[in-house]
Design a protein around this ligand. Structure first.
Ligand SMILES: Nc1ncnc2c1ncn2[C@@H]1O[C@H](CO)[C@@H](NC(=O)[C@@H](N)CO)[C@H]1O
Length: 147
């Protein structure tokens, strides 16, 4: 899994079109969204994550919360983003992994937003620009690590 973490003044998105055959069903109001004072996690779920989805979900949640505490962000935003890797997991696995990360962050008491899965979207973001405002993380299951 590859994550790009951007501490932002705001993130806003607008759904433009379907990008896969069966995108996540969304309501009219979910076609646009905005969140202010937010740590945005752009996430590409990778093929290697299919070896142990449970483990990568847990690790991703912990990594996002660790950065949220460092930058003092109370709002989080999970953004499915298929552009951080050339070894993507299939959409069905990716959608479930992203859903579990979103739910797990909410369960830990954060105010969490998400962008819909499986669409082309326009988005605007305002990065805060401080030294910890732009971070990346790579997460792999233990068994996938080469000795
Ligand atoms: N392995 C994966 N990890 C994360 N997201 C993934 C994915 N496979 C499919 N998606 C979702 O389907 C859209 C088309 O690839 C993706 N859309 C996007 O990435 C938008 N930024 C528009 O390009 C995304 O919603």
């Amino acid at each position: 899994m590859r994550m790009l973490l951007i501490h932002s003044d705001y993130i806003e998105y607008e759904v433009k079109d379907k990008a896969i055959k069966n995108p996540e069903p969304i309501s009219e109001e979910e076609k646009k969204g905005r969140m202010d004072e937010v740590l945005v996690a752009f996430i590409s779920v990778e093929k290697v994550d299919e070896k142990n989805p449970d483990e990568v979900v847990e690790k991703a949640i912990n990594e996002i919360i660790e950065v949220a505490k460092q930058v003092k962000a109370e709002n989080l935003f999970v953004y499915p983003f298929a552009h951080l890797s050339s070894e993507l997991a299939k959409p069905s696995v990716a959608q479930e992994v992203l859903r579990r990360i979103y739910e797990g962050l909410k369960e830990r008491g954060y105010n969490v937003g998400k962008a819909p899965f499986g669409y082309y979207k326009a988005f605007r973001i305002s990065c805060k620009g401080h030294p910890l405002a732009e971070l990346s993380r790579t997460i792999v299951p233990e068994e996938a690590k080469v000795e």
